[in-house]
Ligand binder design. Sequence first.
Ligand SMILES: [Zn+2]
Length: 378
Amino acid sequence: MLFSSLINQQKARDALLQMVKQQRLAHALLLREPEGSGGLLLALAFATYLMCEQPGDNDACGQCPSCQKMAQLIHPDVHFAFPVVSRKPGSEPTSDDYMQEWREFVREFPYGDLQDWLQLIHAENRQANVTAAECREIVRKLSLKSFEGRYKILIFWLPEYLGQQGNRLLKLVEEPPDDTLMLFVSQQPQRILSTIASRLQTVQLNPLPAEEITQALITRAQADPQMATRIGLAANGNYRMALRLLHDAHADWLEMLRSWLNSIAKQQIPALVQWIDEMGSTKNGREQQKFFLQYFLNLVEKTIQAHYLLPEQLHLPEAEQDFVNRLKSQFSFSQLCTLSERLNAAIYHIERNAYAKLVFHALTLYMQELLVRPQVNA
Ligand SMILES: [Zn+2]
C-alpha cells in the first residue's frame, strides 16, 4: 500500500512526511476523513512508509520484505482495530476474529465505508462496536516488544464506534511505550470519546476534486469518460460513492435536467407536475435525488466559473459544456450564485429526510421565478 496508490491527498501525505523528517512525529494521530476520500489507505501507506527498509523521499520502496508484508496486511508489528459484531450472543468479539475478512475488505473496498464492511461480514441487523476485549488486546499488543525492531503501529479504523470502554486506552494514548504509533482514522471525529480525541494530533484529508474522481473512474474502473465526468460532478468528493453510482448509473441526469428546464421555460404545467412526481417518488430514493441535485449544483458552479475561465479550463464533456453555455446565457451571475445556494439548501433538506416532492416543487417555483424575471446583470 503506497502513497502513490491514493487518489489525491498529497497535502495530508506531506504533513505526515514532514513530521517524520523533522522528527516530531506524535505517537497518536487522528486522520480526519470526509467519507470516501481515502483515510484508511493513507494510514496504510504511512505505516508502509515507516516500516519500509529502503524508503524513498516520498514513498516506501514497495519491494522490500517489509513492504510485501504490508501489502498482504501480515506485518507482525502492524495491528488493526475496527468495529465488529458478535458472532454468538454474549461473546466479546475482537478484530483478530475478523482478520481474514478485513484483508478482503481492504483489497476489495479500499475506499469503503462501514456499510460495505458490515455487508462483507454479514452483520445483518447486529450493532457494530469496539469491545472491552478489543481494548485489552490493544493494550497487550502494544506493550510487547516489536518483532522487527522498528515501530509498533496500531491502525484504528472508525474509533467513533468506541464507547466508554475506550477509557481503557487512555493510559496508552497518554504514555505510550517507545516507538509506538497509533493512527486513528475517523469519518465522524466529533463522535470520538472526548478523553481520547483531546489527546490526538489531527491531520485533515480533503474531499476529492471532481476531476480526480473522473480520472480515477476512467483509469481504475474503466468507466466511459462521459459517464465518469458526470459521476465526478455528482459524487461530492467521495470515491466510494462514485463507484456505487457507476455501478447503477442508469439515470441520465442531463436529460432529466434538460426536460425540467424546458418545461419550466415553456410553462408546461402538466409535464412539470409529472416531472416532480417522478423525481420525488420513493422509487428514485434519496441517494439518487441527492446526486441529481449535486450534479446540477456542480454545473451551476461551472457556469459561475465560466465567467472567468475559458471553456477548456472547465474540463466538461461536450453535452455538459453546451448546457453550461445555455445556463450562462439564461441566468445572470448573481442569479447563478443564489441558485447555487438554493441547491445547497435542497441537498441539505433531502439529506435530512424532507419530503422530496415538496423540495422539488419549491425548487421548480423558484426556477420559474428566475426564468420569467428580467435579468439583472451583475
Ligand atoms: Zn520497502
